[in-house]
Design a protein around this ligand. Structure first.
Ligand SMILES: Cc1cc2nc3c(=O)[nH]c(=O)nc-3n(C[C@H](O)[C@H](O)[C@H](O)COP(=O)(O)O)c2cc1C
Length: 390
């Protein structure tokens, strides 16, 4: 079974990601992993930290001579900022006078809920782990999941649908999403350049006013065969697994599969994707008039592209902070401020890709199994043959 965990604090020494269950014999392209880590750090509206860090995956175990060996993979991501935090966030007791307390909880962040839960007198330790710095570790293992999926012809990418009030109307084809992901300079990862400029203007407004913005990213999984996931049990449905995976990302507050949100207010005749049958080079010759289902029906992939959207609330650390309460005096004060992003939609999209890739890789391994890539690919080829003969 494919399993993964992460560890590490935002200003601690390092992040560690742990991935277990990949078959042996998968070629690991470290540049590909580092490129995804770089993509997670991009986007207009990020804070100063991105300038001091360029994440690099340091693989500690499970990969030798460029291939997986079937044993657990551990990856270390150094926190370059650690040198500035060694004294205020030491592993040993250290000097309490150097401790950088988070004295008043930020509305919208984990500060208050976390401090109450863990019985902390202020929110430093809460911020350290709740921070989306953690998502870098997910991107590292997500990139390995993508390398696995590639061997089964599948690819996962994302693009930005909206930033604040600026939104794209039309479905963006895969070829355009691919172009967005290949850029060497990232603005807001929107496939429509005039819309991207309007998105930038939205970010400029909040940069000036000390506010923040959310938005929507879409993750697209291309070439997914029909048959991943199942309706047989509630917790094996692919839509449910993807929703949980994407929702688990920091600041994601809603997840949509296909056109799920607008479908709720439209008649069935306008929503459901009519079925045809025609000669085409796909897993089967069954075709669809459109893809409002987002590639999943009954919790099972149906052979169309899987489209999952993550809705992000605005960043909660504000340069013009909202009202809060001082942890020690209980007096009304402004919420704490610490260097922060103001808009993270493109970066969250890259993290969303990782969560979708990890979920699909797990579903694929459940269906096709295999301790080596030779075995997994043989099983996959057998299934594709079955689909062709259907
Ligand atoms: C890529 C990414 C970067 C983020 N950067 C920040 C940030 O700089 N400042 C901040 O307050 N929140 C940031 N967030 C959001 C917080 O981590 C998140 O709101 C917080 O952990 C509370 O969790 P919740 O929003 O899921 O309830 C970021 C989220 C993502 C996905």
């Amino acid at each position: 079974m494919l399993r993964y965990f992460t560890a590490g604090e935002s200003h601690g020494e390092a992040l560690v990601a742990f991935l277990s269950g990949l078959p042996a014999g998968l070629r690991i392209d470290e540049e590909f992993v580092d490129r995804d880590l770089w993509r997670r750090q991009q986007g207009y509206g990020r804070g100063g930290r991105m300038k001091i860090e360029t994440d690099k995956a340091h693989i500690l175990s499970g990969v030798h001579h460029g291939i997986t060996i079937g044993s657990p993979i551990a990856i270390l991501l150094e926190n370059k900022d650690w040198k500035n935090w060694q004294e205020s966030l030491p592993v040993a007791e250290g000097d309490p006078a150097r401790h950088k307390a988070v004295k008043s909880p930020r509305p919208g962040h984990a500060d208050l809920a976390g401090a109450l839960k863990y019985n902390f007198s202020e929110a430093r330790y809460v911020l350290e782990r709740a921070s989306a710095r953690e998502s870098a570790a997910r991107v590292a293992v997500g990139a390995l999941a993508k390398l696995f999926l590639r061997e089964l012809n599948m690819e996962v990418l994302s693009h930005v649908i909206s930033v604040g009030a600026v939104s794209l109307g039309e479905e963006v084809p895969w070829s355009e999403i691919k172009k967005v992901s290949e850029k060497t300079e990232v603005l807001l990862s929107c496939a429509d350049l005039p819309a991207e400029q309007r998105m930038k203007e939205e970010v400029d407004k909040v940069l000036k006013s000390g506010d923040s913005l959310g938005g929507v990213f879409e993750v697209v999984a291309h070439n997914v065969p029909p048959g991943l996931g199942t309706y047989a049990q509630w917790d094996e449905r692919l839509d449910a697994l993807l929703a949980a995976a994407v929702m688990s990302l920091q600041a994601v507050k809603a997840v949509e599969i296909g056109s799920g949100i607008s479908a709720a207010s439209a008649p069935g005749s306008k929503v459901h994707d009519e079925i045809g049958y025609q000669a085409r080079d796909r897993y089967t010759k069954f075709s669809r008039a459109h893809n409002n289902a987002g590639g999943i029906e009954g919790g099972v992939s149906n052979g169309e592209e899987i489209r999952v959207r993550g809705y992000l609330k605005p960043i909660s650390t504000l340069r013009r902070p909202l009202g809060s309460v001082d942890f020690s005096t209980r007096e009304p004060v402004k919420a704490a401020y610490e260097r922060s992003d103001v808009c993270v939609v493109p970066a969250a999209g890259v993290a969303g890709e990782s969560m979708v890739a990890l979920t699909l890789a797990r579903a694929a391994l459940e269906k096709f199994g295999g301790d080596s890539m030779v075995e997994t690919k043989r099983n996959f080829a057998g299934y594709l043959d079955q689909l062709k003969k259907f």
